[in-house]
Write a protein that binds this ligand. Structure first.
Ligand code: GDD
Ligand code: MG
Length: 325
């Protein structure tokens, strides 16, 4: 069985860091969010197709340098963004029946083996993982019938129009026949234009109660990082040599942080320097960035090779790659 992963989109809500790094490669709890997404796939899924667009070359190079032996990956590039439906159609040739469809920015604890079993047991056309949230506005919302059949699906409704609190978690199993239902050759939103029309063919919800977060905004990305650490999916999480404070801290290679204070919930990329007296908590500091002496960085994402000045306080800030802050 194969998985198709949607990796287009510009990551606008994570600018300016996404001018340099596609959001899927932003490290959280020690590795790119995309690799946490791929961790969900059980052994039964033995290859993946990436539908790439923005910064496809950067993603292809990273995947080439960091292969997953268990999961060979092919990439299909969109010259122009085709949306979630167009991207699926464009990359879906020969995907197999059924296949797993993944958004690339969803950090979750979902049992995909159980999802596949439910899909088969119900002879479903599609089975979408659903997660319950209070504020449904940023998501696709499903109305469920008694047997968990999806009776209605509305993408990003106004609160008054939301049919429930169960949202599309961005993990699903679909019959290959879904591809023929997507208009070819133009941008298509799968959720807005295609899913509602598929419901009569038997689309079911699979309610998931584990943790879930869409890491597409700075706040949610950092929350996703804390969820991964709390679930033990953030690596060993030890403090850098000579540092004080509290883990978990996911450490890249060659980190220098003597005399700095940490924690909790920090990722430090390769070659990061955190000078003495600096304090970093609930943040991501990417490869080659420098945090000056006495600076305080909380709730922030610091792009690759960025420099945070001595004594600066950053709270809830996204610093672009190579920028001075
Ligand atoms: N190939 C390709 N082409 N992929 C795309 C494109 C495109 O033009 N646009 C977006 N994507 C990818 C993104 O990289 C992401 O992995 C996924 O498709 C969803 O796009 P987002 O931009 O993150 O959408 P969203 O978060 O607003 O909403 C989606 O995810 C929610 C859950 O996080 C929808 O699927 C909602 O229904 C869902 O609730
Ligand atoms: Mg998203």
């Amino acid at each position: 069985m194969r998985a198709l992963v949607l990796i287009g989109g510009f990551g606008t809500r994570l600018r300016p860091v996404t001018y340099d790094v596609p959001k899927q490669l932003i490290p959280i709890a020690g590795k790119p969010m995309l690799y946490h997404v791929l961790d969900l796939l059980p052994k039964e899924v033995d290859s993946a197709v990436f539908a790439t667009g923005y910064k496809a070359d950067v993603i292809e190079a990273y995947v080439r340098d960091h292969p997953l032996p268990r999961l060979p990956i092919t990439t299909v590039h969109e010259a122009e963004p085709l949306g979630t439906g167009g991207g699926l159609r464009n990359a879906g040739d020969g995907i197999g029946d059924p296949f797993v469809l993944l958004n690339s920015d969803v950090i979750a604890d979902v049992d995909v083996t159980a999802l596949l079993a439910a899909h088969r047991a119900k002879h479903a056309f599609g089975t979408m993982v659903l997660h319950e949230v209070d504020d449904t506005r940023p998501y696709g919302v499903a109305a469920l019938d008694a047997d968990d059949r999806i009776g209605a699906f509305v993408e990003k409704p106004e609160p008054a129009d939301a049919p429930s609190h169960w949202i599309n978690a961005g993990v699903a199993v679909w019959s290959e026949a879904v591809l023929a239902e997507i208009p070819p050759g133009r941008p298509v939103s799968f959720e807005r234009e295609v899913v509602p029309g598929l419901l009569p063919r038997g689309v079911f919800g699979f309610r998931s109660t584990g943790f879930w977060e869409d890491a597409g905004t700075p706040e949610r990305l950092l929350r996703a990082q804390s969820l991964l650490f709390d679930a033990g999916r953030g690596g060993p999480g030890t403090l850098p040599a000579g540092a004080t404070g509290q883990g978990p801290v996911a450490l890249g290679s060659g980190v220098e942080a003597r005399g700095a204070k940490f924690g909790p919930y920090v990722t430090l990329g390769n070659g990061v320097v955190v000078e003495a007296g600096a304090h970093v908590a609930n943040s991501v500091v990417m490869d080659g960035a420098t945090i000056g002496p006495g600076a305080t960085v909380t709730g922030s994402i610091v792009g690759p090779k960025a420099r945070v000045a001595a004594g600066r306080t950053l709270a809830g800030v996204v610093v672009g790659g190579s920028a001075d802050a």
